[in-house]
Write a protein that binds this ligand. Structure first.
Ligand code: PFF
Ligand code: NA
Length: 452
């Protein structure tokens, strides 16, 4: 790998990893999962999963990337050679690449919905719309293969353009503009939600819970979500870690990523529920929360179209900074393995994800027998998301934890973590025992899924 592929500054990895982590998972998925699984109760188990399982695996992924200085597939090949262990560990790279393509294809279609609603907000066409009109608007959107494909294509093209320009001119420059902007918008939306929405009801919903609401289902969803939200098990963090300067602190960075990601999810949840409750709507809408309930809330609030437009810019920016981290590991593989030019590699990956995305598009209309809004969300596109979050991500995360915990020696980990202190021992304990046990737990959820 060429050494010019190192992030320019010590902090750039953090910027890129936060860009990868903060996305639809925080703004769209976390709030609706919290809505479905009892608000505060879900938040509690989610935070536990992030800290006990997510962070140790996050550290492990960065470590493998930085240690090998290669894309995930070639990196694992290299590390198994160095350690004279089985090449079977390369599965980590392949599984990650597969999940990355699947998620990218799906992510891009959903991000396309945000493009649609950005347009609706800008033209003000949803002003004073009622619940039925919003349900119709959404149903019409997903019923149109043409519209969905157009948005999907546009979104993917933007992301591909950024990645094709390279680590410095593409990824870094885009992230430097995107991330601060997104932070400002998030705060604006929070302020607006606090002043125009019902923040008291939102905090009651998100921050209080009764133990009786802690269902097994909620636990398992929380575990899957903690992988998805931290971008684990997809090689994204490993690929970015390969560009991380050796002197940057691994432990601190991993903590910062997890903390920021969790804060954004909580803030987004609070803001969205404040608006939705403020408009007198319910919390348990599922995936339609952001695309049906929230636009409805905006339609009745003062300057709702303007803030709505800003909000969907936030969603899009966050989605772009995540999607580019899905293209990178696969494209880097094509470059390193077959010596392709970066532009060609990115084009191949994007076209592949674009084609796969057509299946997601079709699952909402052409392949759906009947498509009233509520039925639609159980269909195949979401089945792919479930498959990935409940099976391939955790499985890849499990292998990462086992490899980093048991194949890397204590001194190698020490070299990467710059510490011999109790942190290293705590991390090794978590990554060897706790994280694998936690992940094994997720497979309980996967079992009924596999059986049918
Ligand atoms: N972490 C992103 C989110 O929460 O939206 C989704 C994601 C991006 C998952 C990149 C995996 C990944 F590699
Ligand atoms: Na996230």
């Amino acid at each position: 790998m060429s050494s010019d592929n190192i992030w320019t500054h010590k902090g750039t990895f953090l910027l890129a990893a936060v860009g990868s982590a903060v996305g639809l998972g925080n703004l769209w998925r976390f709030p609706y999962l919290a809505g479905e699984h009892g608000g505060g109760a879900f938040l509690l188990v989610y935070v536990l999963c992030v800290f006990a399982v997510g962070i140790p695996i996050l550290i492990a992924e960065i470590m493998l990337g930085r240690n090998s200085r290669r894309c995930p597939i070639m990196g694992m090949r290299f590390l198994t050679r160095c350690h004279r262990t089985s090449r079977a560990w390369e599965t980590i790279g392949w599984l990650g690449g597969l999940s990355a393509l699947l998620i990218l294809s799906f992510y891009s279609v959903i991000s396309g919905w945000a493009l649609h609603y950005l347009g609706e907000m800008l033209t003000g066409s949803l002003r004073d719309a009622d619940a039925a009109m919003l349900a119709d608007n959404f149903a019409n959107l997903i019923a149109s293969p043409l519209k969905l494909t157009l948005y999907h294509t546009l979104f993917l093209a933007i992301c591909a353009y950024i990645v094709a320009r390279g680590v410095h001119r593409g990824l870094e420059s885009a992230l430097r503009i995107l991330m601060p902007t997104l932070l400002v918008i998030l705060l604006v939306v929070l302020f607006y939600a606090a002043t125009s929405g019902d923040m008291a009801a939102a905090s009651r919903f998100m921050l209080s819970f009764s133990l009786s609401e802690l269902s097994l289902e909620g636990w398992l969803e929380a575990m899957g979500q903690s992988f998805f939200t931290l971008s684990l098990g997809m090689g994204a963090i490993m690929a970015y870690g390969a560009y991380m300067p050796s002197e940057t602190s691994l432990t601190l960075t991993a903590f910062a990523i997890a903390l920021i990601d969790t804060l954004v999810a909580v803030i987004a949840g609070l803001a969205i529920f404040a608006l939705v409750f403020g408009a007198g709507l319910a919390a348990d809408e599922g995936p339609g929360l952001m695309f049906v309930s929230l636009p409805l809330a905006f339609s009745v609030m003062p300057s709702g179209s303007l803030v709505g437009a800003i909000f969907f810019v936030l969603v899009l920016g966050a989605a772009i900074s995540s999607a580019i981290s899905l293209i990178e590991p696969v494209a880097a593989y094509l470059v390193e393995r077959f010596d392709l030019s970066r532009v060609l590699a990115v084009a191949l990956v994007s076209v592949l994800a674009w084609g796969l995305g057509l299946a997601t598009v079709a699952s909402f209309n052409v392949w759906a027998e009947a498509s009233p809004v509520h039925d639609v969300f159980g269909r195949s596109a979401f089945a792919v998301l479930e498959l990935v979050t409940h099976i391939t991500l955790p499985l890849c995360g499990l292998l990462v934890a086992l490899f980093a915990g048991w194949s890397l020696t204590q001194s190698e980990s020490m070299k990467e973590m710059h510490t011999r202190s109790s942190w290293l021992r705590l991390w090794r304990f978590l990554v060897r025992f706790i994280a694998p046990t936690g992940v094994a737990f997720v497979f309980l959820r996967a079992l009924p899924y596999v059986q049918g």
